[in-house]
Design a protein around this ligand. Sequence first.
Ligand SMILES: C[S@@+](CC[C@H](N)C(=O)[O-])C[C@H]1O[C@@H](n2cnc3c(N)ncnc32)[C@H](O)[C@@H]1O
Length: 270
Amino acid sequence: MRKLFLIGIGAGNPEYITVQAIKALNLVDVFFLPDKGEARQQLLNLRKEICERYIENTSYRIVEIDDPVRDTTISDYATRVVLWHRERALIYEEMIQQELAEDECGAFLVWGDPSLYDSTIRIIEGIKARGRLSFEFEVIPGITSIQALAARHRITLNGIGESIVITTGRQLSAGLSGEAERTIVMLDGQCSFNNLLEEDLDIFWGAYLGMEEEVLVSGKLREVAETIETIRHEKRQKNGWIMDAYLLCKPNRNRSIQEFVVTDTDSATR
Ligand SMILES: C[S@@+](CC[C@H](N)C(=O)[O-])C[C@H]1O[C@@H](n2cnc3c(N)ncnc32)[C@H](O)[C@@H]1O
């Protein structure tokens, strides 16, 4: 039976790849590489670099897939995305059928981790549910942009016993969720943090995480928001695309660090 791997390749640095992912890469006969819009060439190159760097046997094939564009005439966001996914499912199904023999192994190299703001699992599930193609599939986890953001800023994502919300710029534009102390924001092309300048928040922002162009900014949101917006605009102009993510938190971080500094009394009473 055909086998498909959905391999998380990490969010930007070719060295984010895991040993499990390298083992899976080396079993693959055909890599399906969808073209993803404006970041297309650079992201495609990174995937090819990963194949060249980590695969010992060079007999694999690469099949580039033209990703359909979303129909912007559909006003409801969820409907627009569902229809787009269906179209992608049909294209992927056709490519798998044409390019992957019954006894071969194929793979999709998924940016970051397949479980986070990525539709590949849903699309592959959709193809399986249609029942026209029989195959098994396995998901290999990868390092997300959230983990890269935390590591590069050298921070923990949550306070002790606290919750974190992971959301999008679109959702954040309606305001912070009341339930969590900290909020991670992805897919924010509109700098939605500008709606929160009245609140006392710290921001840890990163763009092109793990890549050569990586930029990090942190500080009081209301003091650094303009800088972030300017950098974002300039980098986007220069590179033609940008990917950025950030953590917003209520400002108790320094206090909690102080609480963990071991005092002389602590060491004397040990
Ligand atoms: C479609 S989602 C994919 C997320 C991915 N599956 C992951 O695990 O990180 C794309 C969003 O992830 C974030 N992102 C992905 N890679 C990034 C990077 N290298 N630097 C900053 N943000 C990144 C950005 O918020 C971007 O808009």
